[in-house]
Design a protein around this ligand. Structure first.
Ligand code: GAR
Length: 218
């Protein structure tokens, strides 16, 4: 089967982007990363993508000010010009308009550093620690107009430790992100996901461990 053509949208350092690029090097991976686009000139991830031999583009959002849709029309044109089939948001820090989301409905994924629907928005690790949750994690989901919502493709969890800070927790959650985003793209690109009544179902998965209990009581 032909590999699906994927663009990754970034605003920053692009560590999730790198995880996707690495995963896509595998011969049996069902997607190829053909383009990385940043809305911020000089974003750290751009150089990493170029070093990996991936074409990059910068479509700056700043000059468009509040006219989000004008920015997105330009972004959309670049994606279409490259025959992109799937879009992965990876630390792309722009709210998207319903117009753009509609163009890529069912074909655009996002990664969020929390177990959605808990902790939508910013500062997820700080807020999870403030609430004293014992399990935290990350989610890859299809993008819908409402922020940090949409059918969940995959989630990964970590145990929260009493002495965690937002930074220490972020490191472990990021490790999970780098694992689940390539898995999510594998599922979607290979056609193993289907959307049913606003939920994402998957075919042919292994069975995960039944339980993650935190703290472990000994
Ligand atoms: C990641 O932790 C990602 O989950 C988060 O930004 C970081 C980007 O890091 N995204 C969001 O908070 C979106 N709501 P990266 O540039 O190294 O992939």
């Amino acid at each position: 089967m032909a590999r699906r053509r994927v663009a990754i949208l970034i605003s920053g350092r692009g560590s999730n982007m790198t995880a996707l690029i690495e995963a896509a090097k595998a011969k049996d991976y069902p997607a190829e990363i053909v383009l990385v686009i940043s809305n911020i000139a000089g974003a750290g991830g751009l150089a990493k993508a170029s070093d990996a031999g991936i074409e990059t583009a910068t479509v700056e959002s700043k000059p468009f000010g509040k006219d989000r849709e004008a920015f997105e029309r330009k972004l959309h044109d670049v994606l279409v010009a490259h025959n992109i089939e799937l879009v992965c948001l990876a630390g792309f820090l722009r709210l998207l308009t319903p117009w753009f989301v509609r163009q890529w409905e069912g074909r655009m994924l996002n990664i969020h550093p929390a177990l959605l629907p808990a902790y939508k928005g910013l500062h997820t690790h700080e807020r999870a620690l403030a609430d004293g949750v014992k399990i935290h994690g990350a989610t890859v989901h299809f993008v819908v107009p409402e922020m940090d919502s949409g059918p969940i493709v995959i989630q990964g969890a970590v145990a929260v430790r009493d002495n965690d800070t937002p930074d220490t927790l972020a490191v472990r959650v990021l490790g999970i992100e780098h694992r689940i985003y390539p898995d999510a793209l594998r599922l979607v690109a290979s056609g193993r996901t289907r959307l049913e009544n606003g939920l994402c179902k998957t075919d042919g998965n292994g069975s995960p461990p039944d339980k993650l209990i935190s703290p472990e009581v000994i």
